[in-house]
Design a protein around this ligand. Structure first.
Ligand SMILES: [Zn+2]
Length: 773
């Protein structure tokens, strides 16, 4: 900890120059005063306000000194302004360097650009030889060991974070990144140098970086990721080629490890602290109404920023987010000065460690000082200093009633300046409030925000008139929310919010025409992905039917592109966009074939349809695929053609024996829609083929029974292989109500966010992505 005396010395210099509060009894939000707080918060002497560092602490002390000066009541635990918490602190100190000597060539590489440490890396200042070890996988019991035949003691091991395709299944466990680190440590290596193969795709959840936990941390074991530039430099001086080596592993099934003779000089100092203390700041204006004072409106912003960069330059973070912090401060000062008498209690919150992953606000929502279910709204400010002066206010989809109220009560000149938006989790500190069911809004000024997260985010670019617009709006909004007698805190708020912010797939599959007719104009839907079918026409087969299918498909896609509420799946970029469903005000429509009547006589059409945007095939009467023993000859051809064509197979109505045969023959993942969990052999096959189960929830089944079946399935197979397939249409009231009740049970059982996301869409979307590559 830093001695308080030093901090007060620094602060007293600032306080001396701070503006005296106006004595006017009807003060309004003062943009210049807000600017003066930013001047302090974003000064170089605040060292970038990083939580867990002296700069973060000085910023907090400065804010509290102002709140005290303005006579705002502390609102933290035990009458303090501070809510203490600890964060995991993991920082590279300045002067990190990496030099590689290969033969006569010597080169120094730039930290942050060419290489960086991974989470839970240790430190060291050392010279070490580099040993190439393929994939860094050690599984001698399964006859594959990248460490066999090489000595890696005190050396740096170099490996690809990819995995050998040949053994993808067999080495699944050993290929997990934490296990590769463990192997390197067990073999006595000094550290690891990792890189990504050219062929390696980004990976659905951002690939490797997130995989480690603190168990991987050893104080003197370094974990470094390299850009390909460095790998190329190393190999330029060797008599072999990287691509050749990986090809050899693939074809021979044998490791190709060897000592490169290349030497490295590394200097990397990491400060790692499992529990570094920091704090949120909380102040309040207490409510005056006998009952409503026990309800809360929170106005908050993160006060932290990124600290110093590797060269010692300060990330001033004037816009991000000294600006939001200053708006909260000035709003608090003005309201206090005006001696407002709100019915509800107003909380002013400044969060720590937003930049480290929303840690301060997360801590608050998990350890609320005031009951979450009595919190009527949270308004978050993040970046209020740049732009046009108009205010983006998002979160309206989650609590339209709050926006309606504000529209009705606020002066026209304020409302006219506000641009309401759908909103949703992610990006800033409103996220965890939303997940707990509190209407969470995000305020960011409209327009371009200069130099976000870069060194040049400085005070000169901040416009006080923009600060004032943001301040006028949030101050007025908070006063309305704190005063309006009728704001209901819904009994099922959290369930409803989950329903809204989970990405929801509706498996009820009408024809594409019907989908467009029914939902084409609906904005802000709860359903994020809708399945739609083409492919059946009474009495038609062969070419006649194919022409019909193509016509329906092309016309439908055109209508989707033109519609207000829908968009076609294939028009979106592949990859992480999947998760964007919930951020979008449109429903993504996935078009599939119902049955295979349109291609049964000519299987080449599977590929043609797939290229035209057909995403899946729905087989609800797959009996025809089977012969006396296993798949019929035709069945085999069909399954093979569909697998090759990048189509996801959604199969209903198979018994256990058929499922087993089907999975054994399918090269691509399959979604098996089932009413009851299949046998263990089938479950093993599902995992092996990366397929998944869609547990069908009956039309009239109640939420509790749905939950019980789902929970059992989760215990047996895990949510990574499981999705919820409701028979009900989720656009309808009955479908929604069943889901809300199910969600209530899932929340009661404390399901993790990841599990919920898997069940509602994650598992399905991953299967789809895999089928289509
Ligand atoms: Zn920010």
């Amino acid at each position: 900890m830093i001695p308080r005396s030093i901090i007060s010395l620094v602060l007293s210099a600032y306080l001396f120059f701070s503006p005296a509060p106006a004595k006017d009894s009807k003060a309004s939000f003062d943009g210049k005063a807000a600017l003066s707080y930013i001047k302090v918060l974003a000064a170089d002497t605040m060292l970038g306000r990083k939580s867990g560092e002296i700069g973060g602490q000085m910023a907090a002390e400065y804010i509290v000194s102002k709140l005290k000066e303005w006579d705002l009541e502390p609102a933290g635990p035990k009458g303090s302004y501070y809510q203490d918490l600890t964060i995991e602190y993991n920082e590279v100190e300045r002067g990190a360097s990496l030099e590689i000597v290969a033969g006569k060539a010597k080169r120094e590489f730039v930290y942050g650009e060419d290489w960086r440490q991974q989470n839970y890396s240790g430190s060291g200042n050392f010279a070490a030889d580099i040993v190439f070890i393929g994939y860094g996988i050690s599984a001698p019991q399964k006859e594959y060991d990248d460490y066999s035949g090489v000595d890696v003691k005190d050396k740096l091991v170099l490996f690809s974070t990819d995995a050998p395709r040949k053994f993808e299944e067999k080495l699944k466990e050993e290929a997990l990144f934490p296990n590769r680190i463990k192997a390197a440590q067990a073999h006595g290596a000094r550290g690891v140098l990792t890189f990504r193969s050219e062929t390696q795709t980004a990976g659905f959840f951002g690939g490797f970086r997130g995989g480690l936990k603190k168990e991987s941390y050893k104080p003197d074991f370094v974990i470094i990721s390299l850009e390909n530039k460095i790998v190329e430099f190393i190999f330029k001086h060797l008599k072999t080629e990287l691509r050749y080596l990986f090809q050899q592993i693939e074809t021979t099934g044998k490791p190709q490890s060897f000592a490169t003779g290349v030497r490295s000089f590394a200097n990397l100092n990491i400060a790692y602290d499992e529990k570094r203390p920091t704090q949120n700041i909380l102040a309040k204006i207490p409510g005056t109404d006998k009952n409503l004072k026990n309800e809360y409106v929170i106005l908050g912003a993160h006060m932290d920023h990124l600290g110093l960069d590797m060269t010692g330059d300060v990330f001033n973070g004037a816009d991000d987010n000294a600006s939001g912090t200053a708006v909260v401060m000035e709003a608090a000062r003005t309201m206090k000065l005006n001696q407002i008498k709100p019915k509800r209690t107003i909380i002013f919150a400044l969060w720590a460690a937003e930049e480290e992953g929303l840690l301060g606000s997360k801590y608050y929502t998990e350890n609320p000082v005031y009951p979450i279910e009595k919190t009527v709204s949270y308004i978050n400010l993040d970046m209020e200093g740049h732009g046009s002066g108009k205010i983006n206010f998002s979160g309206v989809y989650y609590a339209p009633e709050i926006w309606d109220l504000l529209k009705a009560r606020l002066p026209k000149e304020i409302v006219d300046n506000v641009i309401p938006g759908r909103g949703g989790p992610g990006g800033s500190d409103h996220t965890y409030f939303l997940s707990k069911g509190v209407p969470g809004f995000m305020v960011i000024t409209e327009g371009f925000h200069f130099r976000t997260n870069r060194v040049g985010d400085v005070i000169d670019l901040i416009k006080p008139e923009v600060l004032k617009n943001a301040g006028d709006f949030v101050q007025a909004a908070v006063e309305v929310l704190a005063t309006e007698p009728k704001i209901s805190t819904l009994a099922e708020r959290q369930e409803n919010y989950y329903w809204k912010y989970e990405t929801i797939v509706n498996y009820k599959t009408p024809s594409l025409d019907e989908v467009i007719k029914e939902h084409g104009d609906i904005k802000d839907p709860d359903v994020d992905f809708q399945l739609a079918a083409v492919g059946e026409k009474e009495g038609m087969t062969g070419d006649t039917l194919r022409i019909e299918v193509m016509k329906a498909l092309l016309a439908g896609q055109e209508k989707l592109r033109q519609s207000k509420g829908l968009w076609p799946y294939e028009s979106q970029p592949a990859g992480p966009m999947m998760m964007r469903g919930r951020q979008s005000s449109k429903t993504t429509v996935l078009v599939g074939l119902r049955g295979i009547g349109s291609l049964r006589d000519d299987l080449r059409w599977a590929d043609v349809f797939s290229k035209q945007g057909i995403a899946f095939v729905l087989l609800d009467q797959p009996g025809f695929l089977f012969g006396d023993k296993g798949l019929s000859e035709e069945g085999k051809k069909i399954v093979e053609a569909l697998g090759k064509a990048n189509l996801l197979l959604i199969v209903k109505g198979l018994d256990s024996a058929q499922s087993k045969i089907f999975l054994e023959n399918s090269k691509k993942p399959v979604l098996l829609a089932v009413n009851n969990l299949p046998d263990k052999d089938v479950i093993d096959l599902i995992k092996k083929t990366n397929s998944s189960i869609g547990l069908v929830l009956g039309k009239d089944e109640d939420g509790v029974s749905c939950f019980k079946r789902l929970d059992e399935a989760k215990k047996t197979i895990g949510t990574g292989y499981l999705s919820i397939v409701a028979e009900n249409c989720l656009w309808d009231k009955a479908g929604k109500e069943q889901m809300i009740k199910l969600i209530r049970e899932l929340l009661k059982a404390k399901y993790e966010n990841d599990d919920l996301a898997n069940l509602f869409s994650g598992t399905f979307l991953r299967a789809l992505a895999r089928a289509r590559t």
